[in-house]
Design a protein around this ligand. Structure first.
Ligand SMILES: Cc1ncc(COP(=O)(O)O)c(C=O)c1O
Length: 337
């Protein structure tokens, strides 16, 4: 039985997502490297957010909402997929784009995710700050109040950690799904590698693994804030999810692994190593990553493999959370002929 079964959920994702062996990468490093393709969840080009949105939409529909409100960076995949989820379920949708990444290029503001948000017809608001989660959430609440005065009922999908993290439930489910796939292939995982931003993915995944008795390290790759701050965020979210699910489970602080070695120069800004990792996987396997999330996650895995010290019978499993839509916002990543 799934741990999340008693919560309302709306089906939004193609599942199970494939688990694929990266044969060329595995051959190069003489070990086994697997990729869980959560970039293939299907919702308006897919990504990890559709599993999370299944639970937010479950709440929204149960409460009789007619409009979704959410916030994120200009190139937010979460915002794109929230708009798609609203369209699929017949809800109105308004999004708030935050000034979080200092990029002036036209492509950053008009291509990739914001292009698709406009295509799907969401109303867009702008928020001048990028590091003010509580303020961004308050602005959404203020808009929800305005809509209420007009007789509408909005459901806010918040950004800050001060709310019940329904999104993390989607990654408890993903961990269960992945464990079944590993079992079918008789694979005992050595290490999982996942991105950690809002921390819903990392938290749900770690909790799902531990609740089902899998003790392999879950290596969280920081994409938004440094390891210390991210550790605190995952801790708080874990405690909230354990409580919401009514679990009798202890996950120790030492079990929360946050690696910020590929975060610089900052959120939404890829280093040389990240650009190299994106090109490496594109050219070895034909798999597309992104500069903000999955490219950083794969760069951390690549560094780990290049450092050596593992065995041929090991199995590394990276979670591909999507985001390649935003490649079009970073045209400078490839040289023109
Ligand atoms: C493609 C992609 N990967 C990873 C993440 C990080 O996931 P989480 O916010 O659950 O930590 C995001 C979040 O926006 C994302 O869009």
């Amino acid at each position: 039985m799934s741990l999340t079964e008693k919560f309302p959920r709306v089906e939004l994702s193609h599942k199970p997502t494939p688990l694929e062996r990266l044969d060329n990468v595995s051959a190069e490093f003489e070990t086994n490297v697997w990729i869980k393709r959560d970039d293939c969840t299907g919702l308006a080009l897919g990504g990890n957010k559709s599993r999370q949105l299944e639970y937010y939409l479950g709440q929204a529909l149960e409460q009789g909402a007619d409009t979704l409100l959410t916030t994120g960076a200009v190139q937010s995949n979460h915002v794109r997929m929230t708009v798609a989820a609203a369209r699929k379920t017949g809800l109105e949708v308004e999004v708030q784009l935050e000034h979080r990444v200092d990029r002036k290029q036209r492509e950053y503001h008009h291509s990739g995710n914001p292009y698709l948000v406009r295509l799907m017809g969401a109303k867009i608001h702008y928020y001048p700050e990028g590091e003010d989660e509580a303020g961004a959430d308050r602005a959404l609440e203020a808009r929800a109040d305005e809509l209420a005065r007009l007789g509408r009922k909005a459901y806010v999908i918040p950004l800050s950690n001060a709310h019940t993290p329904y999104g993390a439930f989607g990654y408890v489910d993903a961990a269960e799904e992945l464990l079944r796939q590993l079992e079918e292939r008789q694979i005992s995982p050595t290490r999982f590698i996942v991105p950690t931003g809002s921390a819903s993915t990392h938290t749900g995944f770690l909790l799902g693994m531990r609740a089902h008795g899998c003790a392999a390290p879950v290596h969280g790759v920081c994409v938004r804030r440094n390891a210390e701050a991210q550790h605190g965020r995952v801790r708080a979210k874990l405690d909230a999810v354990i409580e919401a699910l009514g679990l009798d489970l202890i996950v120790s602080d030492d079990d929360i692994l946050c690696d910020d070695s590929v975060l610089a120069p900052g959120y939404g800004l890829p280093s040389e190593a990240v650009v190299e990792a994106i090109k490496y996987l594109a050219r070895r396997e034909g798999i597309l990553l992104d500069p903000t999330y999955s490219g950083k996650t794969f760069a951390a895995l690549l560094a780990l493999l290049r450092a050596g010290g593992y065995r041929p019978q090991d199995h590394f499993v990276i979670l591909h959370t999507g985001g390649s839509v935003s490649l079009f916002a970073y045209p400078e990543l490839v040289e023109e002929d």
